[in-house]
Design a protein around this ligand. Structure first.
Ligand SMILES: NC(=O)c1ccc[n+]([C@@H]2O[C@H](COP(=O)([O-])OP(=O)(O)OC[C@H]3O[C@@H](n4cnc5c(N)ncnc54)[C@H](O)[C@@H]3O)[C@@H](O)[C@H]2O)c1
Length: 266
């Protein structure tokens, strides 16, 4: 019989940002493929809810409270997953923000907030996954970057609210950092059997983009600028996440997979 290169039965995964949007969908997709998933998120009730939903459908899910911007929290959460599942085959970094918080008063506050989560957080998580995966001699790390690692978001008028616009420099810089970090870690970890790749989505319909999606004229412009003529939905990443998590991608490391309806080709 031909081996199923996409078979993920019995594997284990941690998905940061798993309580919402792309991370949530990835957790559901992997759980449906037989993976035991840990939903790691700063939003603990949200993680609990998604874990309950997955469990109700017959999957295996564990909610984990984690703040990716805090190395100690990351360390504790990964240890919690390891003690529950015994292994960590797949580490997905999908936690992210695109704007500052209410309490951020200056562009520098916003910069630090976004960089701490979107870049530093990815690094802290990669370090922890790698320390487990080195001992196992295998593992797949998947970072969620963005097409904003390569192109600058061209927000049409009227502008999205100020805090979000102020977050754009940090967001683009962080995502470019994640793309390059993916390559460096791929080089450093290959000798341990660990693959590190990243996915760069275009505009996707999630909680992160709620404000953008509230403006029909903005969506219209994005659709016009996208060769495939539409924005993405979380389910559009199903194939990529199964591919990068499974043996199907065993000869791939240090790659960026752009999935943006063609937005960045122009
Ligand atoms: N939505 C898009 O258009 C788009 C496009 C390209 C890339 N991305 C990236 O995809 C990833 C997922 O984004 P999304 O659209 O699903 O957003 P989302 O807002 O729906 O989900 C993000 C999740 O991250 C969690 N989170 C935020 N800060 C955290 C922290 N400090 N520690 C742990 N968890 C934290 C949130 O609680 C939330 O559950 C992000 O890295 C984002 O930058 C999104």
């Amino acid at each position: 019989m031909r081996p199923d290169v996409f078979d993920l039965t019995g594997k284990t995964a941690i998905i940061t940002g798993g309580a919402s949007g792309l991370g949530k969908r990835m957790a559901e997709t992997l759980a449906a493929a037989g993976v035991s998933v840990a939903i790691a998120d700063i939003n603990e009730p949200g993680a609990q809810q998604i874990a309950n939903e997955i469990t109700a459908k017959g999957g295996n899910a564990l909610p984990v409270e984690m703040d990716v911007s805090d190395p100690e929290s990351v360390m504790g959460s990964v240890a919690q997953v390891l003690s529950a599942y015994g292994t960590l085959d797949i580490g997905i970094n999908a936690a992210g923000v695109a704007a500052g918080r209410e309490e951020d008063k200056t562009p520098v506050d916003i910069w630090n907030h976004v960089i701490n989560i979107d870049l530093n957080g990815v690094y802290y998580c990669c370090l922890e996954y790698a320390s487990v995966m080195k001992k196992q001699r295998h593992g797949k790390i998947i970072n969620i970057a963005s097409m904003s690692a390569t192109v600058v978001n061209n927000f049409p008028q009227p502008p999205v609210e100020d805090s979000r616009l102020l977050g754009i420099p940090a967001y683009c810089a962080a995502k470019a950092g994640v793309k390059q970090l993916t390559k460096v870690l791929a080089a450093q970890l290959s000798q341990h059997g660990i693959r590190v790749n990243c996915i760069s989505p275009g505009y996707m319909n999630t909680e992160m983009t709620t404000e953008i999606f509230r403006m029909p004229e903005v969506i219209e412009q994005i659709e016009k600028e996208t060769p495939l003529g539409k924005v993405g939905q979380p389910k559009d990443l199903d194939g990529l996440i199964l591919y990068l998590s499974s043996g199907a991608s065993d000869f791939m490391t240090g790659s960026e997979l752009m999935i943006d309806g063609g937005y960045s080709i122009w």
